[in-house]
Design a protein around this ligand. Structure first.
Ligand code: 8DG
Ligand code: MG
Ligand code: MG
Length: 140
């Protein structure tokens, strides 16, 4: 079987300086904290993928979707993703629900600099890339 890289979309949602992360179940990265997200489908825009995955996984409806950055996520010999990080805004009071309990244990809002360990590889690479979510705070 030919192994090929796939495209993964991770979604950054901030609320009062906190980011939404979930503890993964099943698949790879079990027990690790990750952003909501999933596979880009054939013909889908990054914006639509981000909105769809977040709605499927949390019920949150996103607006103002924008591209932040990308990383190259090589999971050893097992998987290779080009991860597109999108950012979106959710209603300030809407609750993030666990809509796929087989895939995510719980959703928590945590300060960007205090995401609990262990962290899912794409998110770890984002942290290491020097990405800073509030650098443009004055423009936002
Ligand atoms: P899908 O079938 O709904 O598309 O995927 P899923 O069931 O939501 O699986 P997932 O593991 O959450 O996402 C699919 C892959 O996307 C994941 O195994 C690796 C890749 N991926 C990244 N970055 C990120 C990220 O930040 N968060 C999530 N959840 N997945 C990511 O490359
Ligand atoms: Mg999904
Ligand atoms: Mg997912």
């Amino acid at each position: 079987m030919t192994k090929e890289p796939r495209v993964g979309v991770g979604v950054l949602i901030f609320r009062d300086g906190h980011v939404l992360v979930g503890r993964r179940l099943g698949a790879h990265g079990k027990g690790e904290f990750a952003l909501p997200g999933g596979h880009l489908e054939f013909g889908e825009s990054w914006e639509d993928c981000a909105k769809r995955e977040v709605e499927e996984e949390t019920g949150l409806q996103l607006s103002n979707l924008r591209f932040e950055t990308a990383v190259n996520s090589v999971f050893g010999d097992t998987a290779h993703y080009v991860t597109i990080f999108m950012r979106g805004e959710a209603d300030q009071v809407a609750e993030a629900k666990v809509l796929e309990p087989d895939k995510c244990e719980s959703w928590i809002w945590v300060p960007w600099l205090s995401i609990p360990q262990p962290v899912f590889l794409p998110l770890q690479l984002l942290q290491e890339s020097g990405y800073h979510p509030f650098r443009h705070a004055l423009q936002d």
